[in-house]
Design a protein around this ligand. Structure first.
Ligand code: KIV
Length: 285
């Protein structure tokens, strides 16, 4: 078993200092976490993307703290060496500082080692309160999916000069308020690199180009299990969706033709008894 990834071991990782890029992937249950752990993934994000790739919603706004606790606990039961990051769902850190700390604590008690929340400078009071309560925070700027309605869709952010500089300022403010790392999503490559240069904490990119200190992808995208949306930044490393359909079709054929289950896949009585002979009408071996 490899050594457990910790928040301090992530916080110091910068590619410009010669470190190897960080690898993060989402997982929402114990089998997903075991796959990620066996593959040596550094961080597992229990993302609110669970709403879209597992629960079938069109955006991430539908999941609650209870949903995220449920999925975080399932991931934690796999006891991965990877650092478990739990996403704070929409409205769990927008109402008040007290509410934010209580909701984050529920995710930590479910087994996460840290939480992630979306947004720039307007989140500073919440982040400071979490850090004060010893809850490590990963920031998330750029294309923030919980702002889908405010952004008018899932749109690349920071394409214009002013917007790019505002993202750099957000990144510095989040670092200053105590975030130990930052997800940077859906920005031009140059902006991903500018943000990464501007901070001493690691940036983990998704659709933010190769200049970040790490990368994150959604498990179902990597494995080819999500076929409704395929963003430009996704690279598929398997086609488990097609493999799954092939396997289930073969299973259905075998059941329908009587080829499944076979004798080897069926249980026998411990010893033949007169009742068994009576039941089945033939001697059992
Ligand atoms: O929920 C999620 O999967 C995320 C990633 C896209 C970073 O927040």
């Amino acid at each position: 078993m490899s050594a457990r990834t910790t928040v301090p071991s992530v916080q110091g990782r910068k590619v410009r200092r010669g470190d190897v890029p960080l690898v993060m992937v989402t997982a929402y249950d114990a089998p997903g976490a075991r796959l990620a752990d066996a593959a040596g993934i550094d961080l597992i994000l229990v993302g609110d993307s669970v709403a879209m790739v597992v629960l079938g919603y069109d955006d991430t706004l539908q999941v609650t703290v209870d949903d995220m606790v449920h999925h975080t606990a399932a991931v934690a039961r796999a006891r991965p060496s990877s650092l478990i990051v739990a996403d704070m769902p929409w409205l769990s850190y927008h109402v008040s500082v007290e509410d934010t700390v209580r909701n984050a604590a529920a995710l930590i008690r479910a087994g996460a080692q840290c939480v992630k929340l979306e947004g720039g400078r307007k989140r500073l009071p919440m982040i400071e309160a979490l850090v004060d309560a010893e809850i490590p925070v990963m920031g998330h700027i750029g294309l923030t999916p919980q702002s889908v309605n405010a952004m008018g869709g899932f749109k690349v952010q920071g394409r214009r000069h002013e917007a790019a500089l505002a993202l750099v300022d957000d990144a510095k403010a989040l670092e200053h308020s105590g975030c130990f790392s930052l997800v940077v999503e859906g920005v031009p490559t140059e902006v991903g690199a500018m943000i990464t240069d501007a901070v001493d904490i690691p940036t983990i990119g998704i659709g933010a180009g190769p200049g970040c200190d790490g990368q994150v992808l959604v498990l179902h995208d990597v494995l080819g299990l999500e076929d409704r949306i395929l963003p430009k930044f996704v690279r598929r490393y398997a086609d488990l969706g097609a493999d799954g359909v092939r396997a289930l079709s073969a299973y259905a054929d075998d059941v329908r033709t009587g080829a499944f289950p076979s004798t080897e896949e069926s249980y026998r009585l411990a010893t033949p008894t007169s009742e068994a002979l009576g039941l089945y009408g033939a001697p059992l071996s």
